[in-house]
Design a protein around this ligand. Structure first.
Ligand code: HSE
Length: 454
């Protein structure tokens, strides 16, 4: 198949079709890993893309503070600059691609590009999660397109799925494994029985995890992606402040082991649910039954399970980061803008469509309901276990199964690990029960509470 495509490409080049096509100029801000991937992709696929979309996409300028380092791609030095404004204000640049990241200079430059009437492609989840409203409004006022496919899921075109393929559905729920670093750490903890800190250090040494891993392991990167998905699904800008965020920092190996014995894997999940006139957005470590399709998503892979009211469950899986997968989605966005331009102008993609109706109410964390895994170090005295279960019962929390753990993990003779799985309970009731259990003196240390995906 690939050779057919190559022959076809050679044929196109021979015939010089690209020469006669409308040219769409691209300017790149940020020549890092993904930026270099986009450059390479646009170079390698230029003729093929031209044939597929009917326009010649030409890389006109690249701005980066460092224009000397080797990125593994050859570019004409004349197109490199350290001045982003030279890219934005170049009349031959139609589409500005922002791959700088963060909310500092990236925000200024995206706003500048939109004001200059340039359509924008960005992979910047933090920027859109925190300033999406302002940025999308400006894009509308400027009558240009803004595309952000690579902001969630890297090479998985999930943004496009929500905007296009599933647009006819009311979205019932979305469950996402959206951070490869966390999924890699959790997978190794489970498969090799390694402690969290050891895996994190190794991941940093291997370059998988950032030297400051907070954005990943404290759940914020997943939350940025979750609010973008929720905004796309429910048609209003979901602010970061409404997302309940809990990461995997310090997750104990003992809980990964107990969960596994009970038939679960622990995953950092983005959970987005629409129920009646309420929407819930949260990020938390979650027990996923081993036979659930998300349990088989291992290592750095991402996946999103979307349930539409018409489709039922649908699943999207792939590489959520990395040079080529992310470049693939960025190039897809550039091509969509090119198609719009050929068709006569921006499609006013409007970023996140705002529905005229009242936005749904955000469900507070304390009102959300789930089954729970609880692990407590219970005082090894007559009646302690009874006390603990009685307190749960008095708060309306019904226990489905409880077990006192024996074995190598039991090292402290005064406190023994006890694991309880609850029936569906309100988070507020669980919290109230745990507060009373703490105060009762029947446990040592902090109780561990992890939701179970049903
Ligand atoms: N740091 C993210 C991850 C990729 O580990 O998946 C960028 O959002």
């Amino acid at each position: 198949m690939y050779s057919i495509l190559l022959n076809f490409r050679n044929e196109i080049t021979r015939q010089g079709l690209v020469k006669d096509m409308k040219q769409i100029g691209v300017g790149l801000l940020g020549f890092g890993t993904v930026g270099a991937g986009v450059v390479k992709g646009l170079q390698e696929r230029r003729e093929l893309l031209a044939q597929k979309i009917g326009a010649d996409i030409v890389l006109r300028r690249i701005a980066d503070l460092d224009i000397k380092s080797d990125r593994g791609v050859t570019v004409d030095p004349a197109i490199l600059t350290t001045e982003a404004s030279e890219v934005i204000n170049d009349p031959a640049v139609d589409v500005v691609v922002e791959l700088i990241g963060g909310t500092g200079i990236a925000k200024t430059l995206v706003m500048e590009a939109l004001r200059a009437g340039k359509s924008v492609v960005t992979a910047n989840k933090k920027l859109l999660a925190e300033y999406g409203e302002e940025i999308f409004t400006l894009a509308e006022e400027s009558e240009v397109d803004i595309y952000f496919g690579a902001s969630v899921g890297g090479g998985i075109p999930i943004v496009r799925v929500l905007r296009e393929g599933l647009v006819g559905n009311a979205i019932v729920s979305m469950y996402g494994i959206l951070n490869g670093t966390c999924n890699y750490i959790l997978t190794r903890m489970e498969n090799e029985g390694l402690p969290f800190d050891d895996v994190l250090k190794e991941a940093q040494a291997a370059g998988y995890a950032e030297s400051n891993p907070s954005l990943d392991i404290d759940g914020f990167d997943t939350a940025h992606k979750a609010v973008i998905l929720a905004s796309l699904a429910y048609g209003f800008h979901v602010p970061m402040s409404v997302a309940a965020v809990e990461g995997i920092r310090g997750l104990a190996g003992i809980d990964v082991k107990f969960a596994s014995e009970l038939g679960f894997k622990i995953k950092l999940l983005a959970i987005i649910r629409g129920e009646g006139d309420e929407v819930e957005v949260r990020v938390s470590p979650t027990l996923v039954a081993v036979d659930h399709v998300l349990a088989s998503v291992s290592g750095v892979f991402n996946a999103v399970m979307v349930k539409g009211d018409y489709t039922g469950d649908t699943l999207y899986y792939g590489r959520g980061a990395g040079r080529k997968p992310t470049a693939s989605t960025v190039i897809g966005d550039i091509c969509d803008i090119a198609r719009n331009m050929i068709a006569g102008g921006p499609r006013h993609s409007r970023g996140i469509v705002r529905l005229p109706s009242e936005p749904p109410r955000m469900r507070s964390v304390s009102e959300s309901r789930s089954r729970y895994y609880l692990r407590l170090m219970v005082l090894d005295r007559a009646g302690s276990l009874g006390r603990f279960t009685t307190i749960l019962g008095s708060h309306g929390v019904s226990i489905q199964a409880v077990s006192q753990k024996c074995g190598a993990e039991v090292t402290d003779s005064d406190y023994q690990p006890v694991v309880a799985l609850t029936h569906v309970a309100r988070e507020a009731d669980i919290e109230a029960a745990l507060a009373e259990i703490r105060a009762s003196g029947v446990i040592g240390g902090e109780p561990v509470k992890i939701r179970i995906l049903d």
